[in-house]
Design a protein around this ligand. Structure first.
Ligand code: PEP
Length: 263
């Protein structure tokens, strides 16, 4: 891989007043999908109070089934804007269609490219041209090299503000939703200077597996973790089984801080 993403001094990406990478550990937390003003505001306040640096939440949801909840779209973006204003958290939200890039970029501090669009090169280019930080998820069928080539599309379009996000790959194992490739973390540290985020929620699909995988990511050298958090006992319209409660999130932040401190 001859590239901009290749080895060099580890880079940090500026998101508002936060530096992601470069020695800090960043928590991105929030619901899988934005579902209502109440839900989002409650979760945003809860995760903020427990140590989140950035708020995640999908307004445009790329669902496997066309009959599943597809997200609130532009209404969801407006709710993200309100939650960001109320909490001071920067927003990470996905863009699934080049036609939405402008609207998403008005609200998002970080534009997320999901696993299903990791090799949608025209979309990568459009997103890169906003100049905004991009969180690039790994395609669940992509090798590390292919993933870095996708990152290269962003960098080659002049946008160096790229966060790589490992979110599990498809393997023969079906006891978890995908298989978190923890090896990718130290591997990327060798192959690239870009910050590495891990999303254990979408990798495993089960709330009770999220904390150990997040801890493993921190120990493996990740620059941060992105995790689905939703109100306790809520039946989420999207990926509800993998959401942890705000209190579980708080415990995870504290435990990871202890692990990183003692490492
Ligand atoms: C998400 O983070 O909301 C998401 C849909 O993740 P992925 O693209 O990794 O499935």
């Amino acid at each position: 891989l001859s590239s901009f993403a290749a080895t060099g001094e580890p880079s940090a990406v500026r998101v508002g007043d936060r530096s992601v990478g470069g020695g800090s550990f960043t928590w991105i937390a929030g619901p899988c999908a934005v579902e209502s003003a109440d839900q989002l505001m409650t979760v945003a306040r809860d995760v903020r109070a427990r140590g989140a640096h950035l708020l995640r939440g999908g307004a445009f949801k790329p669902r496997t089934s066309p009959y599943a909840f597809q997200g609130l779209g532009t209404d969801g973006l407006a709710l993200l804007r309100d939650a960001a204003a109320a909490t001071g958290l920067g927003v990470v939200t996905e863009v699934v269609d080049a036609a939405h890039v402008e609207a998403v970029a008005e609200v998002a501090d970080v534009l997320q490219i999901g696993t299903r669009n990791a090799q949608n090169f025209p979309l990568l280019r459009e997103v890169a041209l906003t100049g905004r930080p991009v969180l690039l998820k790994r395609g669940f069928g992509c090798t590390v090299k292919e993933w870095l080539h996708s990152a290269e599309y962003l960098l080659a379009a002049g946008n160096g503000n790229v966060l790589l996000c490992e979110r599990g790959v498809r393997t023969f194992e079906d006891a978890s939703r995908f298989t978190l490739d923890i090896t990718a973390v130290p591997l990327l540290k060798r192959l690239s200077h870009l910050p590495v985020i891990v999303d254990p929620s979408h990798a495993c699909g089960h709330a009770d597996l999220v904390a150990p995988l997040a801890a493993a990511a921190a120990v493996a050298g990740a620059d941060g973790v992105m995790v689905d958090v939703d109100e306790e006992g809520r039946t989420a319209l999207c990926d509800g089984k993998q959401a942890i409660t705000p209190d579980a999130f708080g415990a995870l932040v504290a435990r990871t801080a202890r692990i990183l401190h003692s490492a």
